[in-house]
Design a protein around this ligand. Structure first.
Ligand code: DON
Length: 304
């Protein structure tokens, strides 16, 4: 396995040339375009890694699956899905258009920006600080890593440039989809996107989901039902408007972020974290997707 991962890095690194590093914040633009790393943790405790698996980057949209788990724990499944749908959009992750035109009058799913901001508004806490600190502690717990923290330069950039997210949040407040303070919801969202991780962190969170919500000491942090909800939404919506193609090519529940991360869950078997900041036109790691396709074929990982 160790040799396979090394070969996959060597064989797929050339794809990084064909993508672009996210540049909506100057800090993100500093990422090394040709970086590529992978980390695999199996349910029986083995760990394998290759390439730039130690390089730090921000978790970005991958945080949306973590906030979803906490929001369901805090509010229950019924309330959460009364405010957010369960359908893929076929639109880019930051699209506004279906917010007003859809008949469901709520964001299509929790993994697009609009849906994730509603999810962040549901995290319990007396103010934005308290809500975020609960979310960060939850992420530290399931990643089994107390050192996880926010990259404050990226957070400031997210907040300074996040006017599209702000527009959607205020619209949803006007429609009654967001309850409570809109700026608090946005602040939690911008901070959660700015948490710094490595491919190893992603593989650990993926392993937690692969184990249906159990830590390595056996503690059950979320119910198996919540794990099923998250895995299912990752398949249908986790790779944005590439989710269908990704399901065909890789076939493993996954979530991407514009920081270059991909978190992939092989149910009952392994957690995979990938880092490759050069992105395709949909915002997914271009070499990361190619690497996962080969890994899935080689190990027959597809769930379908
Ligand atoms: O909300 C935003 O625009 C950024 N924090 C990007 C989040 C993200 O990773 C979207 N997708 N891949």
């Amino acid at each position: 396995m160790q040799d396979l991962l090394k070969i996959l890095i060597e064989n797929n690194i050339h794809h990084t040339k064909n993508g672009k590093v996210a540049s909506y914040i100057p800090e993100l633009d500093k990422a090394r375009k040709d970086a590529l790393g992978v980390y695999v943790m199996t349910v029986d405790g083995a760990e394998y890694k290759a390439g730039d698996y130690e390089e730090k980057f921000t978790i970005q949209s991958i945080s949306k699956i973590v906030s979803l788990m906490l929001a369901i724990l805090d509010n229950g499944e019924e309330y959460v899905f009364s405010k957010v749908g369960m359908e893929p959009t076929g639109d880019p992750f930051n699209s506004i258009k279906k917010l007003e035109t859809s008949i469901i009058k709520k964001p299509y799913n929790p993994l697009i920006n609009a849906g994730a901001i509603v999810i962040s508004s549901m995290i319990k806490g007396k103010d934005a600080r308290d809500k975020f600190s609960r979310l960060l502690n939850f992420m530290r717990k399931i990643a089994e890593d107390e050192t996880l923290d926010v990259n404050y330069k990226i957070y400031c950039g997210e907040s300074d440039t996040g006017n599209r997210n702000r527009a959607m949040a205020y619209f949803m407040k006007g429609e009654g989809v967001i309850e409570g303070n809109v700026e608090d919801a946005l602040d939690v969202y911008f901070k959660q996107c700015s948490i710094e991780v490595t491919a190893k962190t992603l593989s650990k969170i993926a392993l937690f989901i692969a184990n249906n919500g159990k830590l390595s000491n056996g503690e059950e942090v979320i119910t198996p039902k919540i794990a099923i909800i998250v895995k299912t939404l990752m398949v249908t919506c986790g790779m944005y408007d590439s989710s269908g193609e990704f399901a065909l090519r890789v076939g493993v529940p996954s979530k991407s972020g514009v920081g270059g991360g991909i978190l992939s869950v092989v149910p009952g078997k392994m957690g995979i974290g990938v880092f490759g900041p050069s992105l395709d036109s949909k915002g997914n790691s271009i070499a990361g997707v190619a690497l996962l396709e080969y890994l899935s074929k080689e190990l027959n990982l597809t769930i379908f």
